[in-house]
Write a protein that binds this ligand. Structure first.
Ligand code: CA
Length: 221
């Protein structure tokens, strides 16, 4: 899952990035509205955290442009605490949720997780593969007998993306776009290595190879 934070307060943006990256998301930061508009139109984000008070191009304008162009990425807007008219304008422009500043980072994290769940409504909140359950909070797998299998950051991000898109054919390019942030060295061949590791953990049948197309996670195994 890959997120964009559009926030010009560098301290706040840094805090959010660290917390969300720690929760297993790939995170990009845009410090002004022009950058945000560009990244949001060209990179496949799973959700965007959009400050409305951005320099160079207002967050509301950015959001209206995305929606006018058919970009349906889930957007959570950050507004001034007393800015009820801003919130109304934001929701009318197509925001999915809002949070008034200042806020607790834990609340933002919970709201982002809720947005992502709503964006994939067919997916139960519990992510499973065979006898394993993915513990998103602790970023590990839990077996039927309660045993724990730790995952590396990349293994976790890749497996969660597979689990949220069961039975879909996912190309290596799409997988790497959702697992790595903009600055990461993106080599789609590395995905093969991680798929092999996940198969070794979960059983070879859990991820099928579709020749020339990519991989499919078998949701009902
Ligand atoms: Ca601002």
């Amino acid at each position: 899952m890959r997120l964009l934070i559009a926030e010009d307060d560098a301290t706040l943006a840094g805090q959010l990035r660290a917390r969300l990256a720690g929760a297993g998301y790939a995170v990009d930061v845009a410090a002004d509205g022009i950058d945000a508009a560009h990244l949001g139109s060209t990179e496949p984000y799973d959700a965007v955290i959009l400050d409305l008070g951005l320099p160079r191009k207002a967050g509301l304008v950015v959001l209206r442009e995305w929606r006018a162009a058919g970009n349906t990425v889930p957007v959570l807007i950050l507004t001034a605490r007393d800015g009820w008219s801003e919130r109304v304008a934001g929701l009318q422009a197509g925001a999915d949720d809002y949070l008034g500043k200042p806020f607790h980072v834990e609340e933002l994290l919970a709201r982002v997780q809720a947005l992502l769940r709503r964006a994939a409504p067919l997916q139960a909140t519990e992510l499973r593969a065979g006898d394993w359950r993915l513990d998103e909070a602790r970023q590990c797998l839990i077996g039927a007998d309660g045993c724990e299998q730790p995952l590396t950051g990349t293994e976790f991000r890749l497996l969660r993306y597979f689990m949220r898109h069961p039975d879909e054919v996912l190309s290596k390019t799409r997988l790497s776009e959702h697992v790595y942030d903009y600055d990461a060295e993106r080599d789609s061949n590395v995905i093969e290595v991680y798929v092999r590791r996940l198969r070794a953990l979960l059983g070879a049948g859990c991820i099928e190879t579709r020749r020339g197309q990519g991989y499919a996670f078998v949701g009902r195994s």
